[in-house]
Design a protein around this ligand. Sequence first.
Ligand code: LLP
Length: 459
Amino acid sequence: MCVVRKPKHGGSDMGQGILMPKRSNGASVPNTSALVAETGLARVGSSLQMSGVRLSHIAEAVGTPTYVYHAEVIREQYHRLSAAFAGVSHRICYAVKANSSLAILRLFQELGAGADLVSAGEMHRALAAGFAPEQLVFSGVGKTATELRQAIETGVGQINVESQEELTRLGDIAQELDRPVSLGLRVNPDIPTATHPYIATGDSSAKFGIPMEQAALAGSYIQRHPKLTLSSLAMHLGSQLVEVEPYVRGVRSLLEINDALRRSGIDTVNVVDVGGGFGIPYDGVSEGGIDIDAVGEAVCELLRPTALEVVIEPGRFLVGNAGVLLTEVQYRKHAGGKTFLVLDCGMNDLLRPALYRAYHHVMELETQGRPEEDVDVVGPACETGDYLALGRRMPAVEAGERLAVLGAGAYGFVMSSNYNSRPRAAEVLVDGGRFGVARQRETVADLLRGETPDPVSSP
Ligand code: LLP
């Protein structure tokens, strides 16, 4: 039922799915049927279905806005990724930040994945979903002393350090707790990538990672420290990457650093962590995603001659196209020579269009056979930047009809907020033709929890 596209393309610089092929009038041309296949959705009669479940049925049962995730697509993406790296010993550590729903984490835990974390909050989620501490990798540029202490006490498998300052802090805490710590050095290999500047992390102007030239110093600090062992060299070049070459250059840099460390007597590294960042097509146009088989092949070729294990930390690739956001059109409004569809979801629910001008495909849950028109699809928040799609060609839907916003499985709910005091959406998991609510819709009571109107009482 769910068909996951086999890529047959090279990369292009289609950062964030913003750039797309153009019609002669300059408008973008998504490939709807490819996108439907990529997302595991199916149009059966007039109804958009996920794993045989009508999405309009979920919208009726749970309300809108609601995020809906397709478990079978997630599993297929996982197996597809694992197959791409089958040439070497590898471990997939799912980047929890992409979608931290317990139901999603449990899926990955059952698949045998590890988890990549960036906060103590994510660590608690991963543990609650059933991950063993040793399956966890703790990354992140700003770990607090409390977070490092919790990670050590919990027995997190690997802590990826991003600066000499963090290394010193970690060393002090390991000493104080008298606990051994296996760590990774996240290096910044200074490699530019063709993606949105907000999510490019592997060039030297970014805050991430230890500069290459400081790796030797960090290595000798670790070697001299009684509690620390350097077990991994890591990188993460950015997100929504569509080119293979940066991964090749990055892995080469990590191998060079490892050679230099070995020459100075540090031979404890047994893992190369290539990070995540594998791009996906948001519009069904094949060039929008990375050729994951080519990445796997290239990385395996470089690492096969070594005894090093590969860790990958993907988020978006595994869950991005497995999720949709269901919404209901509130108003069909005409103003300034344009038609606006005003939805019951907005930038507080799905921030990506407002923040990165990201493209998300929008489809009717039930087709009505209406002619197409150009519309601005906007949210209810009090900001002109609150939109899902601008100048989008789509069937002329009416108020009261429901839509699916595609590509919403990664960096969707996790980046949602209560802006304008809007309760956050519900989350639903669909698996094997059945669905269940993974997270209840927030209520107004949730919004007020922990607040008082009179925090300063008079003496
Ligand atoms: N590892 C590290 C250290 C990361 O910082 C990230 C993502 C990942 C792995 C996973 O990257 P992925 O495979 O999902 O590309 N909010 C943005 C994306 C921010 C990504 C941050 N780091 C968006 O909506 O596009």
